[in-house]
Design a protein around this ligand. Structure first.
Ligand code: HEC
Ligand code: HEC
Ligand code: HEC
Length: 129
């Protein structure tokens, strides 16, 4: 009886330890999840809420490309109704996120993502490189 109890308690503690990183991430919010990022601007908000941008910026960029290249659209109207005069990878995103290497790249390296966009799109200030 007592031994069974000890095994159960042991199991509970073991499971708690194994899943601890998960709980810390969920409850703690930020730490351990991403590297230190340099946003690169004095502006306080992104074009959409930060959490949404973190999760969906790649989809938004795809949408922008399609709208600009295929449909000839120019402006972006955010979910809050604010209008941005252009939808450009470098001209819009990097206009605020001026230090691509300490923002986009840092997070992508950390996540093991390698967007191929920069084969064609030129990072401002890096022409001829
Ligand atoms: C093979 C070359 C090439 C690659 C790779 C590429 N693009 Fe483009 N992209 C273009 C060209 C050409 C245009 C049209 C430019 C224009 O109309 O001014 C364009 C336009 C765009 C636009 C709209 C206008 C602008 O200047 O930003 C977006 C947004 C965009 N691309 C996003 C992306 C993203 C995101 C990636 C990577 C996932 C990517 N592109 C990869 C060539 C490329
Ligand atoms: C007007 C300036 C501005 C523009 C334009 C802008 N951003 Fe942002 N972005 C910000 C700011 C400021 C934050 C940080 C907001 C915060 O701290 O809550 C941010 C946050 C983000 C985040 C989340 C970072 C994190 O901490 O997880 C991502 C991802 C992002 N932006 C990508 C983009 C992309 C991609 C584009 C272009 C499609 C873009 N941003 C355009 C200002 C901008
Ligand atoms: C907070 C972390 C973070 C930041 C900051 C960030 N990204 Fe990303 N990005 C990701 C992750 C994670 C993925 C992969 C998502 C997936 O595969 O579902 C990704 C994917 C992408 C993709 C699609 C790549 C592909 O091959 O499918 C593009 C394009 C992109 N990011 C552009 C940007 C640009 C431009 C910036 C800077 C303005 C930026 N990201 C900043 C985390 C980030």
């Amino acid at each position: 009886m007592h031994d069974a109890m000890k095994v159960i308690i042991g199991l509970v503690i073991f499971l708690g330890l194994v899943t601890a990183p998960f709980w810390f991430n969920t409850v703690g919010g930020t730490s351990a999840r991403q590297p230190e990022l340099v946003v690169g601007t004095d502006v306080k908000e992104c074009i959409e809420p930060t959490g949404w941008m973190r999760a969906y910026h790649m989809d938004l960029l795809n949408q922008w490309r399609d709208e600009v290249v295929r449909e000839g659209k120019k402006d972006f109207v955010s979910s809050t109704g604010k209008t941005w005069e252009h939808m450009k990878l470098t001209g819009t995103c990097l206009d605020c996120h001026t230090q691509k290497d300490k923002f986009c790249d840092r997070c992508h390296d950390y996540s093991g993502v390698k967007p191929y966009c920069w084969d064609c799109h030129i990072v401002p200030g890096k022409e001829g490189k």
